[in-house]
Design a protein around this ligand. Structure first.
Ligand code: DX5
Ligand code: ZN
Length: 227
């Protein structure tokens, strides 16, 4: 795995936008396109008004890919399922600040399970609520849409949270990565990178495209300012 704060921007295609009848093949395509992570959106129909997939899908994909499995838990009381997702093959677990009364304990539990701990805030939650938790985080996920559905419009004002996190990380000598998720594609990847995003999640713009390999390359080229 690349080291935190490496200059290279990482791409995390979201499985939500994939053709579920040919997942194995699609993972190979995004891998060829330069993806580093696979972003897996788990939704419970309670924390967000949508249901996606859970532990069995993570487990059955694990032997088919060497991508970093980046599991975004949009579920209430995520503590209940942390160890199940780690056993299934997650490498990074992101919980939502709004989904638990005990975010500190949940982050500590994730690290004690031997994987990377990450926390996210929805667009209406100020990023400052995370400041006390930052030393426990390997990554922080800023939602650039309301969680629950792929294909929504990117909210550029959310990048202000990314800029604040960059300053906070620098001032306190921390090393978490910053991820952004929602409505990201070649048209705004550079803006995200310039704000300080380390890991771009991209659903519709990569696995939602007819050629996910080329689509992944296009987002990375744009992020790096090479197009
Ligand atoms: C939204 C999910 C996202 C989603 C992104 O709740 O967290 O990861 O799959 O999809 P796009 O890139 O289409 O907004
Ligand atoms: Zn997500």
């Amino acid at each position: 795995m690349d080291k935190p704060n490496s200059d290279k921007i990482l791409l995390a295609p979201s499985l939500l936008a994939a053709d579920f009848s040919r997942l194995g093949e699609q993972l190979a395509e995004v891998r060829r396109g330069g993806a580093a992570y696979l972003h897996l959106d788990v939704m419970d129909g309670l924390f967000v008004p949508n249901i996606s997939f859970g532990v069995p899908v993570v487990k059955s994909l694990r032997p088919h890919s060497d991508l970093v499995f980046d599991v975004h838990l949009m579920i209430d009381h995520p503590e209940r399922y942390l160890s199940a997702f780690v056993s299934a093959g997650a490498d990074i677990l992101t919980i939502h600040y709004e989904a638990t009364a005990h975010p500190r304990e949940a982050l500590e539990q994730i690290r004690s399970l031997g994987v990377q701990a990450s926390i996210s805030v929805k667009p209406d939650t100020p990023v400052e609520v995370l400041y006390d938790l930052l030393p426990l985080c390997d990554m922080v996920l800023i939602m650039t849409v309301e969680p629950g559905f792929g294909g929504q419009k990117f909210r550029p004002e959310q990048l202000e949270k990314v800029r604040k996190l960059v300053r906070e990380r620098e001032a306190r000598g921390l090393s978490f990565r910053i991820q952004a998720d929602g409505g990201i594609g070649a048209e705004n990847a550079r803006e995200c990178a310039e704000a300080g995003v380390d890991v771009l999640v991209a659903g519709s713009s990569v696995l939602g495209q007819p050629d996910p390999c080329e689509a992944a390359r296009a987002v990375l080229r744009a992020a790096e300012g090479r197009d």
